[in-house]
Design a protein around this ligand. Sequence first.
Ligand code: PGA
Length: 256
Amino acid sequence: MRIPLIAGNWKMNTTVSEAVTLVNELRPGLDTIQNVDKVICPPFVSLAKVKELLQKSTTRLGAQNLYFEEKGAYTGEVSSLMLAELCEFVIIGHSERRQYFNETDPIINKKVKAALKAGLKPILCVGEKLTENEAGRTESIVTGQLELALAGVDNIDGLTAAYEPIWAIGTGKAASGKQANDVIALIRWVIGRLYGEKTAQATRILYGGSVTATNTAEFLNQPEIDGALVGGASLKADQFLSIVRQTAEIRDLFTR
Ligand code: PGA
């Protein structure tokens, strides 16, 4: 049975001092919740400080991006080697990176390889645009993104996938549980085709896009959905705690 994972993507929010405040609000509650992997992904500049604050905590740390070269003359970039000293997870291929920073599938592929090589656990995001969804192209878009992101990657141990339909991100218009479950089942099938059934069953696949404390149960009650990548609601301690708590309760029901 896969352990659910809830990851908070803080995006470009929180100064270092605001990040400290948010972690201090989150940590006591998060630490009491078991059987869910809890990950927070603050901006790069807060990672070192948050790592300190999370010492001896069960809450784990992730970054939101990386550059695929290990070091060198790439002004302003942050590499996998730098992150590996600070955190365990890294979000790769988020649709905002694809849209605003021109990240293509081949770039994302290099980032996945760099992360895995450095021992980081990628949270690989895929998802279709509204127009693609309306044109009935969701399955081919998601399959294509996944195949290209994983091209030449022999082993995906430690990788988590996230299905994030772009039309659902930050819009308040989440997919339905059933819609998300169907696409996630497809993602698992593609992983099975590429890496075998055992790996497909072991790989966690999250849903992301307007997840809140109100709709968490709709997603987490679906058999294929192993957790959530949460944006806006991860910036509010009470919301994020409620999402993680509900996830733990649903998991207890499944395993009872
Ligand atoms: P949202 O963002 O929860 O604010 O829709 C999700 C994400 O971008 O990962």
